[in-house]
Design a protein around this ligand. Structure first.
Ligand code: ZN
Length: 388
């Protein structure tokens, strides 16, 4: 049986519009693309190569795809490949987003790099392994709503494969480096309440914006001091905090009774985001005499793959075998791997292309990395499968 090349798969994948329609909680706008068309296309492709599948719905129109070897043998090891189905939007792109263009060894399209390139490499490897009857059970997971903050992976059910027993390679552009760590990502909102009054008699009100300025100053002191007063594991950079949004006030002549900020917090292994936010609130109260009300927005857990991970060892050996530098890396972006590791999975992140080429007005993938990625993934699976 012919096995499709990574390039032909990538061309096929980028033509299917899966630009994110937004947060899972928001209804899909009429006529907008979702992950569904791509999930169904992949299900058909994998079915033709001996895979069963299930669409696991995270929200209406927003499926995760889980596909697995039909000839599942419980005596054999298993390995999962995971890649997100959604891409970011294409406003302002300088080339057609959905029509692949190949030039100077690169393929240009939205998602070429993030992360349909990895997905194509994974599918090529999976199909090749199935045709060769490699003694390993294979799973492919296509997650939805990753670009809005790794929302979809939380709705993926892997219980039928032994749950956390299943090792998972998460696909993202890592330039063929094996990514073994990233920070946790936590977003939260702080609100301050005051009392409204006419702007001509401000002393009769309680200005929430003015109070918030004191809280912000305290938070900046916290960010520069207590937040960073923790040991930094090798390869990681210290935790950070950034105030990204401020809202408050209705009119020039009304003393505002409400002000809120939204904060982006990046933490290291061992730091509990809820505890850090509580510490920050206690610090603000002690410094500014004001205790903000906290609303949790979103959290993506940390990734820290242990050095003795069997998956990491298989990937390292596969890189060496192909002459690829077996480098591990800690990255600044968050991935579905954090969520999977929190659930107990042996996981890491790997893929062709650079994250610097993702999300921009120009997106492309280096085709030599695409073929190499497929080769490395197949070799890692063969190593985990062991001799027949
Ligand atoms: Zn991505």
């Amino acid at each position: 049986m012919n096995t499709p090349s990574p390039l032909s798969l990538l061309e096929e994948l980028v033509r299917i519009d899966s630009r994110s329609p937004g947060l899972l909680a928001a209804p899909v706008p009429p006529g907008a693309a979702t992950e569904e068309a791509l999930a169904r296309h992949l299900a058909g492709l994998l079915a033709a190569h001996g895979f069963l599948h299930e669409l696991q719905w995270a929200a209406p129109g927003r499926p995760n795809l889980v596909a697995w070897s039909r000839a599942w043998d419980h005596a054999r090891p298993a390995l999962a490949f995971e890649a997100h189905l959604d891409t970011v939007g294409s406003d302002g792109m300088t080339h057609p987003p959905l029509e692949p263009r190949i030039q100077a060894g690169r393929l240009y399209a939205r998602g070429a790099c993030d992360t349909k390139g990895t997905m194509a490499a994974m599918l090529a490897a999976i199909i090749r392994l199935s045709v060769e009857a490699t003694p390993i059970n294979l799973v492919f997971i296509g997650s939805c709503a990753e670009e809005t903050g790794c929302e979809g992976i939380g709705h993926v059910d892997l219980a039928r494969f032994g749950g956390a027993q299943l090792p998972v390679i998460v696909g993202e552009p890592t330039e063929l480096r094996t990514v073994t760590g990233h920070k946790a990502h936590a977003w939260f909102e702080w609100a301050i309440r005051g009392r409204a009054a006419h702007g001509s008699v401000p002393e009769t009100g309680d200005n929430a914006i003015v109070k918030m300025t004191r809280v912000i100053q305290a938070l900046e002191v916290f960010a520069a001091g207590p937040l960073r007063a923790v040991p930094v594991p090798a390869g990681f950079t210290p935790p950070t905090l950034s105030i990204g949004v401020i809202r408050g006030g209705v009119k020039e002549n009304v003393v505002p009774d409400y002000c809120s900020i939204q904060v982006d917090l990046r933490l290291m292994p061992g730091q509990d985001p809820a505890a850090v936010i509580a510490d920050a609130a206690a610090f603000a109260e002690a410094q500014a005499g004001i205790r903000p009300e906290t609303t949790w927005i979103r959290h993506i857990p940390v990734l820290a793959t242990p050095p003795d991970s069997p998956l990491l060892q298989a990937m390292t050996a596969a890189c060496v075998e192909t002459g690829t530098p077996a480098t591990t890396a800690i990255v600044n972006f968050c991935t579905d791997a954090g969520v999977l590791q929190e659930r107990g999975h042996d996981t890491l992140v790997f893929g062709p292309g650079s994250i610097l080429r993702a999300h921009g007005s120009e997106e492309y993938l280096e085709l030599d990395q695409l073929d190499r990625a497929a080769e490395i993934l197949a070799l890692a699976a063969r190593r985990l499968g062991g001799p027949e």
